[in-house]
Write a protein that binds this ligand. Structure first.
Ligand code: GLC
Length: 650
């Protein structure tokens, strides 16, 4: 199943034994005596003996490592910054692709060549410790062209189906391992309290229990070894999940971000410890109970102190109270935000409990600072050993020492019909019917003329949102799949004529008009906003389609609820479709009644900008025009809510 998987580490071990000495990192230290002893050992070292318990393999390996090799394991570099040969020279333990970090040839073969190439450099080190490669496959292997792209988490929160989420985790894992990538920086287990946050769509919803249940399901789906899979001895993980961002990334106060141009992202959480524990800790408990072995701290702060510097939360609570024995991976250059002085920032974060630094650029600088701090006693060898022990334990749990390369058997599964059918099901289950006056939905078969307006009706990139091919995502035909319009065109019979215009400009009168409006892609703080009203261009499309349609439906593509109050009466029906991913045909499945509407709001839907932040923790007692437009959990359709009679608040 794997190319020479076991042979290479030993080859690396033998090759390095031929080297005169391990290449020191910017130091003239003689090789550690313990190191030379290995070369005379003609027995296979214990850590390479797959029949040994993982704990014994870890301790044997740790005991053989030099300080340089240990620090290398704590170093994660982004793939465009690592210089050829430096993985071997600096014993680098991990490489990542950030958002958009695709190889020149964005194909499974191109990814496999890139990732396996880095891995071979790691296996060529003296001890042959495999590296672990990470990506943000937050709604499918989003950077990979041709991957199955699922609805963003907000849509899965609306679907509220743990089994569906678990199966999505399993499919995502398979498409990642086809490219040799065993680490997913997901799921976000945030519980966003203010939908003006740009990462609202990356989370499942505003309710702690909903987030905890779905987070655990996704972690299980990613990590569970498939029945048909031949695990390596001691392997317990298929893919490494990373619940993030620890903790309370969705609980920051509006306007407190420390990052230029951001409003909430990377801001300050100003809540009591009790409130933080009640709102934001349960999803981590659930994710750890599901077996998660890495956690990523947040860029944000708690009462003015960066989470990456919070020894209390990372070491005392997460590693102590919750008995977390995996490792803490920093966020992207987040350690650098802890203090203006980099030495202080590194010492503070590592001593707070961060085990691996997503540097991700200047790895030599980080390694130098680490060596200096350990030699000065500002970071103890015990802390280094604890970090490396956690990292190695996880690498053994992933079976990396026994199968470090991509699994070519999985290649056909990438973007397969089976996977796309699952994604299309997820789209169907994610749709929330907000209004359906006169039961205009489902659209009757044989309807003779349907007008479709709005750029989002025929744009895969808008359907997918951020973290797709590019970090910020982008409009356009960025991935293969089906648009909402294509789904409608494929669904109707020859008796039905479909006309499409992005601007919604039509003549005559259609039986049904459909306007697709909403947000263009964004990610992280670039999505922070103080104004969630529909854009004027969208309002114009709605009005244009309305003028030429007997019945009218509006479909919203967005990463969160938008302010639609003033437009609500214009259309007979409104559907929240969130960010459905590549399988837009799932929308038509429900529009035409092949499947019922079953989605429920994972976020409170505000009536105006002025109401925010508005969520289940502060909505009680708000009635009439102070009430939300639609409450958390609302949704018409099968087994759903009763239609809301809206008060006149003009
Ligand atoms: C980003 C995000 C984090 C992601 C990491 C690597 O800044 O905050 O969620 O996993 O960098 O892309």
């Amino acid at each position: 199943m794997y190319r020479n998987a076991v042979f290479l580490p030993i080859l690396g071990f033998v090759l390095s034994a031929c080297v005169s000495s391990p290449v020191p990192v910017a130091s003239s230290e003689p090789p550690d005596p313990a190191v030379t002893a290995i070369r005379s050992d003609d027995q296979e070292p214990l850590y390479l003996d797959a029949d040994q318990p993982v704990s014994a393999r870890v301790e044997d390996l740790l005991g053989r490592m030099t300080l340089d090799e240990k620090i290398g394991q704590m170093t994660q570099v982004e793939k465009n910054s690592i210089q050829p040969g430096d993985i071997t020279t600096y014993f680098i333990g991990s490489i990542l692709s950030g958002g958009g970090g695709s190889p020149p040839h964005n194909t499974v073969e191109g990814w496999t060549a890139m990732v396996d190439g880095f891995q071979e450099e790691a296996l060529a080190t003296r001890l042959g410790i495999p590296l672990v490669y990470g990506v943000d496959a937050i709604h499918g292997h989003g950077n990979l062209y041709g991957a199955t792209i699922f609805p963003q988490q907000i849509g899965l929160g609306a679907a509220g189906d743990p089994d569906l989420v678990r199966r999505i985790g399993q499919v995502t894992a398979a498409e990642m391992l086809a490219t040799g990538i065993p680490w997913n920086f997901a799921p976000i287990v945030a519980v966003p309290q203010d939908i003006r946050w740009g990462r609202t769509y990356e989370a499942y919803g505003e309710d702690t229990d909903l987030v905890a249940e779905l987070s655990a399901a996704y972690v299980q789906g990613l990590q569970l070894l498939p029945d048909t899979y031949t695990a390596a001895p001691g392997q317990t993980l298929y893919i490494l999940a990373t619940p993030k961002h620890f903790l309370g990334d969705g609980g920051t106060t509006f306007g407190t971000s420390t990052t230029d141009g951001y409003l909430l992202d990377q801001g300050d959480m100003r809540l009591s410890e009790d409130a933080v524990r009640r709102l934001f800790l349960p999803p981590y408990q659930a994710a750890l109970e599901a077996g998660a072995m890495s956690v990523m701290p947040s860029f944000s702060s708690w009462n003015g102190v960066k989470m990456h510097a919070q020894e209390y939360w990372i070491t005392n609570v997460l590693k102590g109270e919750l008995i977390f024995d995996g490792f803490i991976i920093s966020d992207w250059a987040a350690i650098s935000q802890v203090d203006f002085d980099y030495y202080t920032a590194v010492v503070t974060s590592i001593n707070a409990g961060v085990d691996m630094n997503m540097v991700p650029y200047d790895y030599k600088g980080f390694i130098e600072v680490m060596k200096e701090a350990v030699q000065a006693g500002d970071i103890t060898e015990e802390r280094v050993d604890d970090a490396v022990r956690r990292i190695l334990t996880t690498k053994f749990a992933l079976g990396l020492f026994d199968h470090p390369f991509a699994d070519p058997d999985l290649l056909p599964s990438v973007g397969s019909d089976e996977h796309r059918r699952l994604a299309r099901q997820a789209v169907r289950q994610s749709l929330v019917l907000l209004k359906n006056e006169g039961d205009v939905l489902p659209i009757v078969d044989g309807t003779s003329l349907i007008y479709v307006g709005g750029q989002g009706a025929d744009d895969i990139g808008i359907q997918c949102g951020g973290w797709t091919i590019a970090w910020q995502g982008s409009a356009g035909a960025i991935q293969p799949g089906t648009t909402i319009l294509q789904g409608i065109q494929d669904r109707v019979s020859a008796d039905t004529q479909i006309e499409y215009d992005p601007a919604g400009m039509f003549g005559g009168m259609a039986d049904v008009g459909i306007a697709v409006v909403g947000e263009h892609p964004y990610a992280e703080g670039f999505g922070d906003t103080d104004d969630l009203r529909l854009l004027q261009g969208d309002i114009d499309v709605i009005d244009a389609v309305r003028a030429h349609s007997r019945e009218m439906v509006v479909i919203i593509l967005s990463g969160r609820p938008l302010i639609i109050t003033d437009q609500l009466d214009t259309a007979d029906a409104w559907v929240a479709a969130w960010l459905p991913g590549t399988e837009g045909a799932g929308v038509a499945d429900v529009l035409f009644g092949d499947y019922p509407f079953t989605g429920r709001l994972p976020y409170t839907w505000p009536r105006s900008n002025e109401q925010m932040p508005l969520n289940i923790t502060n909505v009680s007692g708000k009635t009439g025009c102070d009430a939300p437009l639609f409450p958390f959990g609302y949704g018409l359709g099968e087994g759903g809510s009763q239609p809301i009679v809206q008060p006149d608040c003009r």
